[in-house]
Design a protein around this ligand. Structure first.
Ligand code: CA
Length: 233
């Protein structure tokens, strides 16, 4: 059985016909699905249903898709849920904002439901590969991080990092290509009970870039949200 089968997809779309059609195709491919008709309902369903992926329409009543995306990404419990945004051609600039706010992919309307389901599968596979089966080593260009030995090297030369810098780098490498909010990084590296502010993350990112100059352009800052390590492949 395919790894994606049985996964739960939340479809957020106020146009009932489209929502129905998408659900139909998802179910045909072995997915479970839930729908939400507006942004507020979407956030409620995200919390209650804990979906494996969200198909999120951009234009929604109550709260638009960008706001929903921002909320999902800023809440540590939901931050890593993959999101595919649905946009209309005329909303292209919003699409770019959507990707900046942490959507993982987008599909332009009008779309074929079959193509959308293919994108859902591809994204689930991609994320499954990078996140759950953590490799023994992480490589990024000339950089290698060994989680078990707690070592980082650049061109085979060891680079000394503090525990927090190391944790931060490991988290970025494990989730490369995805937007990680400051809250999420803070929780992952410093822990939930840490009493600092999100500025701490900025300070450590800066130090990481000083010690490893190849990260200068590779770690991009995402408007008001957090950071992303560019996918190298
Ligand atoms: Ca809509």
């Amino acid at each position: 059985m395919e790894a994606t089968a049985g996964k739960k997809i939340l479809v957020v779309e106020d146009e009932q016909d489209i929502a129905q059609l998408v659900r139909h195709y998802l179910q045909k491919e072995g997915f479970r699905s839930v729908t939400a008709m507006n942004g507020i309902d979407a956030l409620k369903k995200v919390k209650e249903e804990k979906p494996d992926l969200i198909v999120l329409d951009l234009m929604l009543p109550e709260m638009d898709g960008l706001e929903v995306c921002k909320h999902v990404r800023s809440t540590p419990d939901t931050a890593m849920i993959p999101i595919i945004m649905l946009t209309a051609k005329a909303e292209e600039s919003d699409t770019i904002v959507g990707l900046e706010l942490g959507a993982d992919d987008y599909v332009t309307k009008p779309f074929s439901p079959k193509a959308l389901v293919a994108r859902v599968k591809a994204l689930l596979r991609r994320i499954d590969r990078t996140a759950s089966t953590g490799p023994a080593h992480y490589r990024y260009g000339a950089l290698t991080l060994d989680p078990t030995r707690h070592e980082v090297s650049l061109d085979q030369q060891e680079v000394l990092l503090t525990a927090k810098e190391f944790g931060l780098l490991e988290h970025l490498l494990r989730h490369r290509g995805r937007v990680l909010t400051r809250e999420v990084l803070l929780n992952a590296v410093w822990g939930y009970d840490y009493y600092g502010t999100t500025r701490t993350v900025d300070v450590h990112i800066r130090r990481l870039k000083q010690k490893l100059p190849l990260l200068e352009d590779a770690i991009v800052s995402v408007k008001s949200l957090g950071y992303k390590l560019k996918d190298s492949d």
